[in-house]
Ligand binder design. Structure first.
Ligand code: FES
Length: 177
């Protein structure tokens, strides 16, 4: 092949095709890369918002957010700087063993923090799709915790959904098992 400007600028896919690789072989090649999310069944791109993880000692948190210490039962103060982002749709925080998101439409949803596939701490909320997504292998979950795409196959469990109640003034959330 004679080098020219076009060939010098061809992308990886074009280059591999020029070698005669089929589409399936190309996909397998991409999947060997470091970004496994490119191979998932979820059409949502990897999220840009990674949320926030306030310190466990935050004064905005009262009660128990860790399953190892008993039933989940806590409140968060949304006027506290550690949690005030939660007043914005699409934002989410990771607290103890749960993840709280302000979802599309403004309702709060709390799910278990670790993915039901391989317990990775890479679950995020994505406003555009109104889904939770794990960037480890591409599992995705609805706002009720149900599995939308199972990286682990048909037997993958749903995410545990916790009851989340906002106070009348919207400044406090209560999360219970
Ligand atoms: S650990 Fe989340 S998709 Fe595998």
């Amino acid at each position: 092949m004679k080098p020219n400007t076009t060939n010098d600028q061809m992308n990886r896919g074009d280059f591999l095709r020029s070698l005669g690789m089929s589409s399936a072989a190309l996909m397998a090649f991409y999947c060997m890369g470091t970004t496994l999310t490119a191979c998932s069944g979820d059409s949502d791109p990897a999220p840009g918002n990674t949320g926030t993880t306030p310190p466990a000692t935050s004064t905005g948190l009262t009660g128990n957010a860790q399953t190892s210490k008993g039933a989940i039962n806590f409140t968060v103060d949304l006027t506290n700087a550690d949690f005030s982002k939660l007043k914005t749709q699409g934002e989410f925080v990771k607290v103890g063993d749960v993840l709280i998101a302000n979802t599309k439409g403004g309702s709060y949803v709390t799910l278990q923090r670790l993915c039901s596939h391989q317990s990775e701490d890479r679950v995020v909320y994505q406003l555009a799709s109104d889904n939770f997504f794990c960037s480890a292998h591409g599992s995705s979950f609805g706002t009720d915790g149900s599995v939308k795409f199972a990286a682990g196959g048909a037997g993958q469990a749903a995410m545990k959904l916790y009851k989340t109640t906002a106070s009348a003034d919207g400044n406090t959330l209560t999360v219970t098992a």
